[in-house]
Design a protein around this ligand. Sequence first.
Ligand code: ADP
Length: 470
Amino acid sequence: MKLLFAAAEIFPYAKTGGLSDVAQALPATLVKQIDILSVMPLYDFIDREKFVLTAMNESFQITLGEDIYEVSLFEGMNQGVRTLFVYEATLCHCIAPYGNKNGDYLSNDIRFGIFSKTLVILSQMFNIDVLHLNDWHTALAALWAKELLPELHVIFTIHNLAFQGLFLRDSLERLGLEEHYFTPEGIEFWGDMSCMKAGIAYSDAVTTVSPTYSKEILLPEFGCGLEGFLQVHSHKLHGILNGIDTVLFDPLTDPALPKKYGAGKLANKKNNKIMFYKEYGLKDADKPLIVFIGRFTEQKGLDIIIQALPKLLTMKCNIAILGEGDEAMAEALKSASKNHDNFLIRFGYDESLSHRMYSAADFLLMPSRFEPCGLNQLISLRYGTLPIVNDVGGLHDSVQDIDDRARSICGQGIVLDKLSSNTIVRSVKRALQFFADTKRFSKITKANMHCDVSFEESVKSYLKLYRKNV
Ligand code: ADP
């Protein structure tokens, strides 16, 4: 069996969020068991020399509507996984995968149409048996595969239903898609064209990244308007929990950390915290550090953290936030940081700093409104940092409350009973009391570090799907 695994971003070449981590870590685990090729676009911002990418002697044309596009191929190795890179000027001429500070690129329909159609051509060229698509950027490939390569087994993974790839109706013509697809059963969504619907409708199996999220998206609260459509396709919907790459995310070897540590050597975690405090002017390393790392969006509950901040900042703790996104949230954080020396805010995307923060912190605050899986809490478990989470999606499947005796999830943390600024304040109070109980805190932290947060277990479920025996 030969698998083609396709994503718009793969670590370390391009990363805007968890999709990139997963598109690296899952193939790196699968490659031990099956013949796999990964594929992503060769965006202009990717450094072809640093990553040792070589041109292949393959180029071809693809047609979308009336237009013809010239595609060429490159290749490289990513942690043992042969990775193909698709170059086409419209797709790749960009400074970030999906947009710039003014918003998403207007040509994203064509850009990812080119990528998606190319995936079907590559499937034929490389004798692929299973095409694994990820998120809307690849979803039209499911539709074209049904037309052009009906024998190809197609799996589509939804990493976040909130991003659907919606475009105006005229995109249909520009992409050369026939009108008969534009129905509620097909890719029409309230008068627009939905790439996400193509992935769901025309794939042989649909997965999402945690068992709980796979049930939640069948409900109006989490279904983003697609709950009815997903119910129709629920017979082929599976929830498989994400993992992380436990080689890249390993505090014993992580090159970003000044001091390496493991569950048996936690003193160095404290040393990392002392150095972090010194570098960023935070005081009193005995005070617990709570971090938030992520996109500034309502999804991540940052607006509710902002409401809770005045109270949180009066408590005996330091708070550090790293991320970017919504301007109003960034402004609110900036003004909160002016009057408090126990609050650090860093704007932007910084992989190395994020690793140092996971390692320095005692707690990760992650009160997401919805969370398909979430990787931050998995990274935190591995780095001995206790997650404080809302009880949704993948957070429900990977973290149980320290006082919950009824469940048997490996990861332990503080779980909010519902989401509000008051419950965040209450949970942080609980966390600080728990921190003061040094013996129990250290026992649970160490147990968390031993949890299996890798992809090893989930790969078994993917292999079953690839082999069609579910
Ligand atoms: P998302 O919904 O954004 O994909 P996930 O929890 O699935 O969230 O994955 C987020 C990934 O991106 C994690 O590896 C996290 O550490 C990383 N990350 C998020 N924001 C930043 C940032 N500002 N700087 C560095 N890494 C970040």
